[in-house]
Write a protein that binds this ligand. Sequence first.
Ligand SMILES: O=c1ccn([C@H]2C[C@H](O)[C@@H](COP(=O)(O)O)O2)c(=O)[nH]1
Length: 502
Amino acid sequence: MTATGKAIKYNYNALHKPKQLIYGQGQTAVITGWSVKGAIAKHLHPQEYAVIGQLYSPTRGINLLIRNLLYNPHVRYLVVLNATREDKNAGAGICLLDFFRNGFEEGLSDTGRRCWVIRSAYAGYIDIEVEASALEKLRQSIEFQEAKSITEACTLVKSFAQTEAVEPWGFPLEFPMSTLVPTVLPGQRYGHRVEGKTIAETWVKIIHLIKTTGTIRPTVYEGQWQELIDLIAVVTSEPEKFYFPEPNYLPIDRSFLQEYISQILDDAPNQEGVKYTYGQRLRSWFGRDQIQQVIDKLVIDIDSARAVMSLWDVTNDANDSPPCLNHIWVRIVDNELSITATLRSNDMFSAWPANAMGLRALQQHIRDEICKFSTHFLKMGPLITVSQSAHIYDDCWENAEKVIQSQYTKICQQRDYADPVGSFVIAVQDGKILVEQMTPGSGEVVNCFLGKSAKQLYQQIAASCPGLQVEHAMYLGTELQKAEFVLSMEQELSYEQDKSIK
Ligand SMILES: O=c1ccn([C@H]2C[C@H](O)[C@@H](COP(=O)(O)O)O2)c(=O)[nH]1
């Protein structure tokens, strides 16, 4: 703190996420939610505020925000901006205000950890290590206001700045924090494939793959994430009205989805502080409606491989907040319409389910429109996402583990055994092992492998069918070993696939 004449200048010291904040010398903390913080800062003088920062999610951001406030007792005013649709969906601002309005009580977090639970309709937690008396003191010492627009927020900040300087409410407080270091198993680094029937099932498999084999790397947001590079997710049969598990373990629900779909399908006007919406990029950003263009293209030329929508603006996106969804490609094969979306950076735990459902709604819309304006009857094909940086942030690791523990085994048990590579019939004939590969469904023989040992055969099969499913390959290994055993024995034994040796 330095005193210059009458005005006192305070320094804000952030314990957490220091590079994500804009600093001033005043006594008001401004929480901008999803509106970009720079959009407010430009209307204010640094002496009018203590700090400006964004808060996206109640479960992920509030704990660190409160810890930072406890370390900066000169902050005596709080302005929470709640201006965008994203703020309404996330509820982070409301939850923060509820902390000050309603307080907190001891309870369990969504991962079952003991913590302080904010008395709010939105789930928000504070670490139990933070003393309750400090939290109460903070609540009593800060005057808070909600703003519905950037203009209103600035007016509030300026009016607080005009009041006399207030003494800090105490000394900076810091509390211990536990950290979780995951065990990472070895695995592929680049290029991964996950498939599931529904978005929910695929999501659980994605979370498991990243959590077990993803590399731990620093993020640009002063934390860490676990990351796989180029993860292709194929969702084969998400139902038209979307599948939400009961109880719902996804990070979104139906009412959130409703709002979100419109952010992808519908145009949106420019709004100060809002970076972009996908709907705006698709419908009007480049002076054309790309969704309609794709529909028109495919109505005329059903076999076209040129049905592309681009969201990356080379003239504009080298800035602070470029879109994550960059490229969408629509393809019709055998009367099945698939969509492939490329996301340069994808938060697989918190954002992917919404991204995938929004894209599925877009796919459905394009299919319906093509059917309406042509004589084609098209089925819904798969939804494919290509997530280039497929990551899980460290503050979601605990939740991710919980999803894996409660869902992954169940989902693996539900798998069917239809390997698209086909099936293999194994027999022992004339002192050799014979394996015939057959097409799935129709059972047409397409390949034959012959050899004396299990090794000779599995090497041939692996070379010929590199896409074989892991469990299927392991099964073949056990059967081939049985066949080799029968061949190697002096006495008359017979081999029959899937039966014990007689
Ligand atoms: O539709 C979206 C929008 C954002 N993100 C995530 C990906 C990153 O974790 C973060 C954006 O960070 P940058 O790569 O822009 O820094 O938001 C998504 O997963 N999907």
